[in-house]
Design a protein around this ligand. Structure first.
Ligand code: GLN
Length: 493
């Protein structure tokens, strides 16, 4: 049965923006503690069915809220995100509770330190409500690969929320928090945002520190926010963006605060729509929402430019060489000694047995598949044929985007070719991988991308959200977010 239908999802959304909510807490007009208690009550009532959370940090959240309220009472400023209640994907480390990556391998892992994004949010007055479920080590597009059970889509609990950050998307969509953090290596923020009807934003590679994010594909990984609106996502992004001495890949490029700017419409916006994104493989409702958005964008005065991105097709094969290659290297540290689950040994077992038994018991099937794939493409004899070619393809994909962005300011298309699908709906790995056909090239090129709700599909009487994606040149977050806010409004009308 669907405990939560579309209208209850819509009704729990606050009519206020996150900036207004935080301004109220900061001025003492509303209490952080009251807000936290309200979210905890929602979670207690409904997360048994949704399973957005691996762990709820009720006591820590209440204590943090009390501290915020006390700061306000004492006449001091608790920060720009005062009282913002935020859920964290369980592959980002923090001092409270465990960080499991939804893997048996890390089921008991506790971090002795906070990730940089956690430190920055905490300093701005944000309150952490808990850790959200994901596909094990962020590998998947449905959250079915979690070792602790799948997350359900709040719009229809017989369907997946997308993945790998399915818990973070569902937590926002179900009204369990104001915003959440996810990680995106090939679409893991944008695709679940699309399937759950919220906003999911992957910044440019290097914009946000990954210090304290458990690494998957280090040349692709990026942290970003989920939120109820583009403006709310911008507010969270403004807090976590920027150079971090603890992550040498972070960029020095300045970022001016965008939350207050996103409402300013862009004049002379050129929106590129790739022919390849209007594929026959898109579900009819997805295609219809895209065409409607194009009409709405024209009505706003935007110029629609037909463009070509013929390398869209090779994105998945390129990604599934590069990401597993990097994952196989990053996951080598989970050997039962340095990190992770340690198997019990039989008499006569040696060190090799300790490694292989621990890894066989600790990692689930999809993670094992990726490690084998990655080890294979990096092995001598296959390195040139696979890994080196994938790096060449990566360069071509990047150059293709560079060319496209001489014709347009942003690229528009569907986030996912399909809407939320039923559990078990994608049985073979390849059909699951194809969910990310429109999102992987963003990471391969290192550019920013955002998914926002474009409209709805009617699947046998069930209302399901359809996400649209905008992509922009590297470091053009301002254009991206302003264009997204324009289209978000236009599509909602
Ligand atoms: N779904 C893709 C994968 O399985 C992307 C995951 C991600 O972005 N973390 O690898």
């Amino acid at each position: 049965m669907n405990a939560i239908n579309a209208s209850s999802v819509a009704s729990i959304r606050s009519p206020k923006s996150l900036a207004e909510i935080c301004a109220d807490v900061r001025a003492g007009r509303s209490s952080a503690r009251v807000r936290v208690d309200a979210f905890l009550a929602e979670i207690a009532a409904r997360d048994g069915e949704i399973h957005a959370f691996n762990e709820v940090h009720a006591d820590a959240a209440r204590a943090a809220a009390d501290a915020i309220d006390a700061t306000v009472k004492a006449g001091r400023d608790p920060g720009t995100l005062a009282g913002a209640v935020i859920a964290i994907k369980d592959n980002i480390v923090m001092r409270e509770g465990h960080t499991t990556c939804s893997s048996k391998m890390l089921a008991n892992y506790r971090s002795p330190f906070d990730a940089t994004v956690i430190e920055r949010l905490r300093a701005a007055g944000a309150i952490f409500i808990g850790k959200t479920n994901l596909d094990e080590f962020a590998m998947g597009s449905s959250t079915e690969n979690s070792a602790f059970g799948a997350t359900r889509n709040p719009w229809d609990t017989s369907r997946v929320p997308g993945g790998s950050s399915g818990g973070s998307a569902a937590a926002v969509a179900a009204g369990f928090c104001d915003a959440s953090l996810g990680s995106d290596t090939g679409g893991s923020i944008r695709q679940p945002a699309a399937l759950c009807g919220c906003v999911g934003f992957k910044p440019t590679y290097g914009r946000v520190s990954r210090y304290g994010l458990v690494a998957f594909g280090s040349s692709l990984d990026q942290i970003g926010p989920f939120a109820h609106s583009v403006a709310d996502a911008a507010l969270v992004y403004d807090t976590i963006v920027g150079r971090d001495a603890l992550d040498s890949t972070t960029a020095d490029s300045p970022s001016t605060p965008l939350a207050a700017k996103v409402a300013e419409p862009l004049t002379k916006l050129r929106i590129g729509v790739p022919r390849e994104y209007r594929s026959d493989a898109n579900a009819p409702a997805v295609a219809a929402v895209l065409e409607k958005a194009i009409v709405a964008a024209k009505a706003l005065g935007a110029e629609i430019v037909d463009i070509d991105l013929p390398l869209t097709d090779i994105g998945i094969s390129t990604y599934y060489v590069i990401a597993p290659a990097e994952a196989s290297s990053n996951l080598a540290r989970y050997d039962g000694i340095r990190y992770g689950h340690r198997a019990s040994l039989a008499p006569g077992d040696d060190l090799e047995d300790l490694y292989s038994k621990s890894r066989a018991e600790g990692f689930g099937p999809e993670v094992q598949r990726r490690i084998m794939l990655g080890t294979y493409v990096l092995s001598s004899g296959y390195y040139d044929a696979y890994y080196k070619r994938a790096l060449q393809a990566r360069r071509l994909i990047k150059e293709e985007f560079d060319r496209a962005f001489t014709q347009c300011d942003v690229v528009l298309g569907p986030t996912s070719p399909v809407v939320a699908f039923p559990f078990g709906g994608k049985k073979d790995p390849l059909s699951m991988y194809l969910c990310d056909v429109y999102t992987v090239n963003t990471n391969i090129a290192g550019i920013p991308g955002i998914s926002f709700n474009g409209g709805y599909a009617d699947e046998l009487g069930t209302k399901l959200p359809v996400g649209l994606q905008l992509q922009a040149p590297a470091f053009a977050e301002e254009t991206l977010l302003r264009a997204a806010a324009m289209l978000e409004r236009a599509c909602a009308d």
